[in-house]
Design a protein around this ligand. Structure first.
Ligand code: AMP
Length: 398
């Protein structure tokens, strides 16, 4: 694939530049943005476009308005936050297209920024509708995709629009995502260690199947570990188990063994009598999980074992928490692994909202080589898929 980046575009001055960003940021009930990583991530691209004198037209989705205009999902708080970060006015358009938007765009001067309204206010966005894409495109000269986190979706502002705007490119955030992913998965310095956690095996089956062909070691924690432990013959009490995937877990372990991939599972865990923050809990080995109790975190011996697997790692990729880290009583395993990843001498790439939150809470975010802004998109890359939004940027097709 051949992708052109924004800094390879010529003569941006005065040109209408459509920039698809992902400002799908979490907000509290009052509409205050509680976390702005994705906005901050797109700033280098926006700043560059402004400095080059482009007329910058930003588009994003937010939440799930299901094709209807709902004030709750307006882009306004995001454009206000962007304006604060840039120290520059960002004009919030009342819609995605139409006479009022045209008037705003016609009045733009080089370096001005207009933010369109939520593209998911129209059903055409998620349907990848060409007509909707043409309305959005608004005769723009140039297109930039800097929305990695939504590039696993073939939606109108990500896919169909690339067949309408004459010149297409990717932004700096996209460049970082692709570069680090490539470093970690396509051309890794070995040993390459993958740490996988989260709730279920079913959610990450394809990831596991792909990783077992690529990595030197796989560390499995979180709820998904218990399907593997049960497959090994342990009684895991009321821990999360997908019985229908026990055979698959066995196959994955078999394959790992045949390929010489070392697969690590927890050796101890924190068990609780109920799924509650205040549940009675204690640490036990995985051999001795009592009947009727559930494992909600890895134990200290597992945290030490997992840290040991990283000792000689040159590349580490991590997705998914080691336990129910939303509850303090079951967060220690995840934080401990976050610290080990942060302190290891390797290129470390992490992805997924939970994992991102864990390294931030553990205070090691600045020590990680790269934190992906993508959840679903990151997982699809791990599955070995080509994202439709990235495929659409292949300039050889044009
Ligand atoms: P995922 O979206 O698959 O990455 O899963 C993330 C969720 O997995 C988090 O909300 C965790 O609370 C949950 N989780 C992690 N470990 C466990 C466990 N041992 N039992 C139940 N849920 C877990």
């Amino acid at each position: 694939m051949s992708i052109r980046y924004i800094d390879e575009l010529k003569d941006l001055k005065g040109k209408k530049l459509f920039v698809r960003v992902d400002f799908n940021v979490p907000q509290d009930e009052k509409g205050n943005i509680t976390e702005d990583t994705r906005i901050v991530g797109a700033v280098p691209t926006i700043r560059y476009a402004v400095e080059q004198g482009a007329k910058v037209i930003l588009a994003s989705h937010l939440g799930r308005p299901k094709g209807e205009k709902k004030t709750k999902y307006s882009m306004e708080p995001a454009s206000k936050r962007l304006s604060q970060i840039l120290g520059k006015k960002v004009v919030q358009a009342p819609d995605c297209f139409g006479p009022e938007v045209d008037a705003l765009i016609d009045a733009m001067k080089p370096g001005d920024i207009v933010m369109l309204e939520n593209v998911r206010f129209y059903p055409g966005e998620e349907k990848n509708d060409r007509e909707f894409a043409a309305k959005l495109a608004n005769n723009c000269d140039l297109y930039v995709n800097d929305a990695f986190a939504v590039s696993h979706r073939a939606h109108a502002s990500v896919e169909a629009i690339t067949r309408i705007i004459p010149t297409i490119s990717a932004g700096f955030l996209m460049k970082n995502e692709m570069t680090f992913f490539d470093k970690a998965m396509s051309n890794p310095v070995r040993p390459l260690v993958a740490i996988l956690g989260g709730a279920k095996v079913s959610g990450k089956l394809e990831v596991l199947e792909t990783l077992v062909n690529k990595v030197d070691k796989i560390v499995i924690g979180g709820g998904m570990a218990f399907t593997f432990l049960k497959a090994m013959g342990y009684s895991v009490g009321k821990s999360l188990v997908e019985d229908e995937l026990i055979a698959t877990a066995k196959k994955i372990m078999d394959k790992a063994r045949k390929k010489g991939v070392r697969l690590y599972l927890p050796v101890d865990c924190v068990v609780a009598n109920t799924f509650e923050a205040t549940a009675t809990n204690f640490i036990t080995t995985v051999q001795e999980i009592p009947e009727g109790w559930m494992a909600l975190d890895i134990g200290p011996a597992s945290a030490t074992l997992f840290a040991e697997t990283l000792r000689d790692a040159k590349t580490v990729i991590w997705n998914g928490p080691m336990g129910v880290f939303e509850m303090d009583a079951f967060a220690r395993g995840t934080f401990s692994v976050a610290e080990s990843v942060g302190n290891c001498y390797a290129t470390t790439v992490i992805g997924g909202g939970d994992t991102d939150a864990a390294v931030n809470k553990a205070g090691v975010a600045s020590k990680v080589s790269y934190i992906s802004t993508g959840g679903g998109a990151f997982l699809e890359l791990l599955e070995g898929k080509v994202l439709p939004g990235v495929k659409a940027l292949d300039v050889r097709k044009k």
